[in-house]
Design a protein around this ligand. Structure first.
Ligand code: SF4
Ligand code: SF4
Ligand code: SF4
Length: 218
């Protein structure tokens, strides 16, 4: 008998093997749209029978079909309350407007952004999962998503997912937060508080002055 919903895990003998098998099918963007703090936590919930298989917008129908096969459950349509599937995209930072606040770096679950405090930042395109978690925290809206021209066949996507999983795990280890949320889902993006907020406000004022000066010279 399934433990919850339609997920039957009654023949699961080794939970970690099952979690690994599920995790291997997930896109590894760590975007949090499934409602869990990344792909592995979602895999854990699936293995425990506590989640449905249709909560991963980046994975879309391919992941739903893969999970249905693995867990021997019925295919069901994507739960669009988690988000809609989108064409593959990468983040791009307009460096002319970047104020070097580092908020995007803190939000990126796979360390795909290079930069330092008060210096311009840039996305390492080859490492970007397209999770969009860096967009909301940027106080000057200088990050946008652009088309991802990388190969999108299954083999290429799985290879990238394996790479992103390793990068995410390395980040978690470095930060000493194994099992902790990789980042906050887009709807709840982190905001700066206290001294950091004040620093950002000052940086924003400088950026605004720069914009005004530029507009006057045009
Ligand atoms: S790609 Fe995003 S929605 Fe899909 S399992 Fe990973 S964190 Fe969840
Ligand atoms: S750069 Fe932005 S979109 Fe790309 S992986 Fe990092 S947080 Fe996600
Ligand atoms: S959040 Fe925006 S302004 Fe801040 S470092 Fe990143 S790109 Fe630059």
């Amino acid at each position: 008998m399934p433990r919850t919903g339609e997920i039957d895990v009654s023949d699961v003998s080794d939970a970690s093997d099952t979690i690994d098998a599920i995790d291997a099918l997930l896109p590894q963007t760590q975007c949090g749209q499934c409602g869990y703090a990344g792909c592995r936590p979602y895999a854990r919930a699936l293995a425990a029978g506590a989640a449905h298989i249709n909560r991963c917008p980046p994975g879309g129908d391919d992941v739903i079909n893969d999970l249905a096969r693995l867990l021997n459950v019925a295919v069901k349509p994507l739960d669009t309350s988690c988000g809609m599937p989108k064409p593959p995209a990468l983040a791009f930072i307009d460096e002319a407007w970047c104020i070097g606040c580092t908020l995007c770096i803190q939000a990126c679950p796979v360390d795909a952004i290079a930069g330092a405090a008060k210096l311009m930042h840039t996305v390492i395109a080859a490492e970007c999962t397209g999770c969009e978690l860096c967009i909301a925290p940027c106080p000057v809206d200088c990050i946008q998503m652009v088309a991802d021209e990388r190969a999108q066949d299954r083999e290429a996507r799985l290879a990238r997912a394996n790479h992103w999983r390793a990068r995410h795990q390395a980040r978690q280890s470095r930060l000493g937060v194994a099992g902790a949320p990789p980042a906050t889902p887009p709807a709840q993006a982190p905001t700066a508080t206290g001294p950091k907020q004040a620093a950002i406000a000052r940086a924003l004022a400088r950026a605004q002055a720069r914009i005004t000066k530029k507009q006057k010279s045009q």
